[in-house]
Design a protein. Structure first.
Length: 391
């Protein structure tokens, strides 16, 4: 239990996530009743129901309770926030191309299709599997077909060289949705994180693999909903599994979303550089102790700025103007308007502004060959933060 609490506490801290989407998924994808159509066959439904009936009492409730920690969204509350937003003097619009693309991917999902996902914590399994069990950078492949492996591996090495922190032991690992077709991986994840015995985990894994296999909307786990994220994690002890190292996890879904909307050339590097910025913040102790929308926004915008500086710098990724414009678009696209949520990462406009500042800092420098220390960079950022927040 203790280790579970530790895990869930970590996950409740949205600062580690690239986007706050995972918290808002339940509400945003629940379609209206009129959109419903029968898509799950009655044979599949019967098989699932039989397996469900063999689960020990209380297991499903336990899963629900714990996955709710990741979703944490009360639709009514969210609606309230939305209505408040409508009268906010600062206009905020997060209907960005990436969010629109994501909505399109959910066409054809009905209450039953999303219901299974929520009932069996399928949104969380790939994340927890990567968090607990992917503890080495060796042999990692990125993207559904390994299409980002080379770029990310190279960029990660480059980031380790660029920033003056101790980064040799940070692990770069992938999060693949197709773990939902792998019975052994599902079992070990339920056992490690959800506090269920192996036999029960076996039944749950039978359910999940059957769902992944038989419900086409899940795309064998490769639907972006299962991996629409990237995050940085600070190392921690997780008995009896041992030490979980500092790591960065890159989900297939978030990279697919950017590739599909025209950012494929820069998004993997930009997202990785942002997560590396969080590792810098861990080491320099730049996270405050209080959780608030403003605190999260500060560290997220700072990570955007760290990323932009590296991506633009002559001794970093040295991206030229056309690609700079693209990566600025990446940060714009992952902004959100949940300004009263502790998961608020900054509005699209604010994220764009923080990244643009990082770019200018690299581009306008007198000595192009000089790399600011991560500490000096943070000091400059803090002085500038009030300007971004006003945007
Ligand atoms: Zn972040």
């Amino acid at each position: 239990m203790k280790h579970l609490n530790r895990l869930t506490a970590l996950f409740a801290c949205s600062f580690i996530l690239l986007t706050s989407c995972s918290k808002e998924t339940e509400n945003s994808i629940r379609p209206s009743a009129t959109q419903q159509s029968a898509q799950v066959t009655s044979t599949t439904r019967e098989k699932i129901n039989q397996l469900r009936a063999s689960l020990p009492a209380g297991v499903e409730a336990k899963l629900k309770e714990r996955s709710a920690l990741l979703l944490q969204t009360d639709p009514q509350y969210r609606e309230k926030v939305r209505s408040v937003l409508a009268i906010e003097p600062t206009a905020c619009n997060d209907n960005t191309p990436v969010n629109q693309w994501f909505d399109q991917q959910l066409v054809g999902w009905n209450n039953e299709v999303i219901g299974y996902v929520l009932d069996f914590a399928m949104l969380d399994l790939p994340t927890y599997d990567a968090l607990v069990f992917e503890n080495s950078s060796n042999g990692q492949t990125f993207g559904v077909n390994g299409e980002y492996t080379q770029t990310l591996t190279k960029t990660f090495k480059d980031l380790q060289r660029f920033w003056n922190i101790q980064s040799a032991d940070i692990v770069l690992a992938a999060m693949h949705g197709n773990m939902l077709t792998n019975r052994d991986r599902i079992i070990r994840t339920y056992v490690a994180v959800y506090d269920v015995d192996p036999a029960t985990a076996g039944i749950l894994a039978d359910i999940v693999t059957m769902l992944a296999d038989e419900i086409p909307q899940y795309r064998d786990g490769n639907h972006p909903i299962f991996t629409f994220n990237a995050f940085a994690q600070q190392g921690f002890n997780f008995p009896p599994y041992g030490r979980i190292p500092d790591k960065i996890i890159m989900g297939d879904g978030i990279m697919d979303a950017f590739a599909a909307t025209g950012y494929g050339d820069v998004a993997p590097q930009a997202i990785l550089a942002h997560e590396f910025g969080h590792q810098v913040q861990f080491q320099l102790n730049l996270f405050g102790t209080v959780q608030s929308p403003e605190a999260t926004r500060r560290t997220e915008l700072m990570a955007d700025a760290y990323a932009a500086y590296y991506l633009s710098h002559a001794r970093g990724a040295a991206m030229q103007w056309k690609r700079v414009q693209q990566f600025l678009g990446v940060f714009f696209n992952i902004g959100d308007c949940s300004i009263t949520s502790n998961g608020h990462h900054g509005t699209p406009t604010q994220r764009f502004a923080a990244a643009q500042w990082g770019y200018n800092l690299a581009n306008d420098a007198q000595k192009q060959g000089h790399i600011l220390s991560s500490q000096e960079f943070a000091r400059l950022f803090e002085a500038q933060l009030p300007v971004f927040v006003k945007k």
